[in-house]
Structure formats: structure tokens, C-alpha cells
Design a binder for this molecule. Sequence first.
Ligand code: HEM
Length: 498
Amino acid sequence: MLSLHLWRWLRRGSTRRPPGPIAWPVVGNAAQMGNAPHLYFERLERKYGSVFQIKLGCRSVVVLNGDSIKQALVKQGRDFAGRPDFPSFRVVGNGDSIAFNTSSDWWKTHRKMAQSAVRMFSTGNLQTKKSFERHILCEIKELLEVFVRETGAQKYFQPLTYLVVSTANVMSAVCFGRRYLYDDEEFQQVVGRNDQFTQTVGAGSVVDVMPWLQGFPNPIKTMSDNFRRLNLEFSDFIRGKVAEHRASFRSSTIRDLTDGVIAALEHLSDKTGQVFHKDYVSPAVGDVFGASQDTLSTALQWIILIMVRYPEVQARLQREVDRVVTRSRLPSIEDQAELPYVMAFIHEVMRYTSFVPLTIPHSTTTDTSIMGYTVPKDTVIFINQWSVNHDPAMWSTPELFDPDRFLDQDGALNKDAASNVAIFSLGKRRCIGEDLSKLHLFLFTSLISHQCHITVDPSRPPKLDYNYGLTLKPWAYYIAVSLRDDMTLLEAATRELH
Ligand code: HEM
């Protein structure tokens, strides 16, 4: 009798579901999330602990915060590496996106291939890093020319579109071996899709949790129809680039990432004897080009916003680059170790803004448990990176912007603190563009600080507010840009490249 009770008690203990708020019929907790789900989750974490459960529509969603994130994504990585079967995920890359497909042998192989193609054209070795640096130099020169022109014409202007096109151009050089003019309509249309994309695939998007809303005309259906259309246009653009590449492809000269992916997939089919009936090159290239644009351009928007919001920080960045690099040459990759304040600034921008507050939603690949709670197979999992970056137990006064928290007593970058920033996720789904992004942000910040001075329109002081989506986008702000010297160094550096 006693053993029966014990068995029942143990069994009940082992099927304990995560706690959570009471859900409304039909919509669940969707309305409570408001326009900042990560902050709602932060409040729930205080009440229920690091693992809790909400309902979105009729789906149960387990939200992981703080310590439970590392436990799930690293220690139990395989169990938490899936992606939910959301309708919007099936639209990206015509259903063949690496980022939006659940884990499988196919996903693993293609992810690995895309990751080595990214490395081959960015951070693989010093030679590839230098070639990536050259793309950035060209774009910074163009960007500064436009900034100065806009300042002359309007005094204060919004930098958003230029930052988006500039980022897209760096990645276009990596992926397709070419850049576009700022007023190229086709390119602007393709890269101008960021806002809609990020709102639709961001964790908590109603498009995915209440698919029945698609059955009749309403704003969500319009959003979903637009999402489908912009994905089709984007896929067409990428397919066109891939077709051009195939037409002039020579395996002896791999010109860019698209050539690299074509070669890798052919090699893969030779090696495995498997014939690919579908075009997997386009979705892979589309993933790299697409995933990089929205995230990196949002990072650049925050970097500039914070530089003008905290002029003393901008002045300190300028002092550091001037001291280490001097005014007689441009900052370069080799200077990174000598510019700890620049690196501390970048990490503090990533921590403070947490501009990717939740990762792309995950799902469980098997029945599992986390922190003593049972989680069945195919449960949707939200990973709240924001909670790690704003945990008062980890960061003193987390609500303050303070790059010094990343410097040790000798003024060197504290690598442990830097590695605690949660923005590229962890484990099997960790971002494949992390190294490229960090290099991009370093070069952008050090070159901008070295070459220009940015001020803000005093009649429209910038706010640090944002719109929620997969990325947090700052509200529009207005800046003026003046050069610190003439452009001789940038002109000379980029002339050598042509
Ligand atoms: C500052 C810039 C960036 C940030 C903050 C960022 C962040 C992230 C995050 C949070 C995820 C989701 C991870 C998860 O679901 O657990 C992700 C996935 C991904 N990122 Fe990035 N990313 C950035 C730039 C890039 C770049 C430049 C590339 C391409 C070179 C890229 C390619 C990808 C891909 C392909 C995935 C999907 C990985 C998978 O599902 O297996 N990202 N990124």
C-alpha cells in the first residue's frame, strides 16, 4: 500500500507542468503580452520562476528565462532544438529555410554547409577577414558621403534607410560579389521588407498562434498575406542571383558565398550519392542574406542612437581610436585587441538593448523535462534572452547603460562578462553569423568613431523606445553628421580596391 502511494506521488511529481497565469478562452494570454512580450515574461518570471507556461490561442508555450536557458539549449540541446510547425515558418524559403525548419539530418547537414560558407567569406582566416574588411570600408565610405550630403541638405535626417541598404550591401558583396546604388529600386524593395518580416516571425506573433484568423478578412490576415508576398518576392530575387551564378559558375574560381554554396551542395551530392531534386542553394543563400540584414542593420541603428544619446560615450570611443590608431591611418581588424572600450561598448549595446529579446521560437523534439517540470514533445518554447541580459543577480544596475561593466581593472575587455551577453542564442540553434556580426560591428563602430562626429536634433531628442518583433527596432530619430577630417584616408583605402 505504502509503495503504491509512493509510486503515485513520484509519478505525480514527474508530470508536474510549469506554473503560469490563467488563460482566457480562445486567445489565451495573447492580449496580456501587449507590445513588449519580453517585459511581460520578465514580470511572470518574478512570480513563477525561470520556467513557466502561457497559452497563445490554444497552444501551450513554455517560456524559458535566466539559468534554465543554458540548461535547455546546451545541456539538453537535442531535446530543445526543434522549430514549431508555424504557418509563417513554412513560407520562408518556400519551406526549405535552415533557420525555420525543425531539427533533422537534412537541417544539420545544410546548417553545417551554410556555416562553413559564411566562414569562407568572412571570418575563416586573416585573408578572408581582410576581404570582408574591404567590403565594410567601401560601404562606410559610401555611407559617410550620403550622411554628409543629407546633413548639408536637411541639417537633420533619419539614417534608417541608409543603414539598411549599407548592411545589405556588405552582405550582397559577400553573397553575390556586388553592391547596389542607394537608389536602386529593386534592391530597396527587397531589403525594405525587414519590419514586416520581423513582426510576423517574432515570438508571440498572432499569425502563428491563431491560424483561424486567416479564414476571413481582418488585419492579421492582411499581415499574413503580405508576409507570403514579400517572401515570394525575396525568393525570386535570390533565385535570380543563383541562376546568374550557375550560368557563369566555374568550380576552379569560387567568387562569392553563392558560388561556395553551389560548390558545397554539388560536392555533397557527389559524396553522398544523393541527388537533390530541389534547389537548396537558394534557400541557404536566402537564409544568410535574409538573417543578416534585419539583425545587423538594427544593431547599427542602436549603435548610432546610443552614440548620440550618450555624447560622452561617443567622445570616449573617439579618444580611444585616436590614441591607438592615430589620425594617420584607419582602424582595422588588427586593432581589435587594442580597442577594449570599443568592444565593451558593442557588448553593452547588445546587452542593454537586447535587440533580439527572444530567439526564433524553438520546440521540443521529444518528451522531456526542465528544472523539474515535464514538457511534452512538440511544445513551443520561447527563449527570453532579455531576462539573462537584465538579471540583477548577474549585472549591477542592469537598467543603466555602462560599457565599463565589461572592462576589468586594467582596462582590458572582461571576456567572461562579454560571453554572458545573450543575443546570438546558444547550443544547436546558435546563430551561424555571430563571428561575422561581431567583426562587422567592431569595424563599423571604430571606423565611424574615427571618421565622423554625430549629433542629434535638439528639438527632437532621441528616445530609447522601440517596436517589438524578432528584433527590437528603435523609433525614428534624426541626426547630423560632420567629418572629423576630410575623406582622404577612406578614399585612398577604397581606391586601392578598385
Ligand atoms: C547582430 C547580428 C545578429 C544577431 C543578434 C543574431 C541573432 C540570432 C538569433 C537569436 C538566432 C536564433 C537562434 C535560436 O533560435 O536559438 C539566429 C539564428 C540564425 N542566424 Fe543570426 N543573428 C545575427 C546575425 C546573423 C548573420 C550576419 C547571419 C548570416 C551570416 C545570421 C544567420 C543566422 C541563421 C542562418 C540562423 C538560423 C540558425 C538555425 O536555426 O540553425 N545571423 N541569429
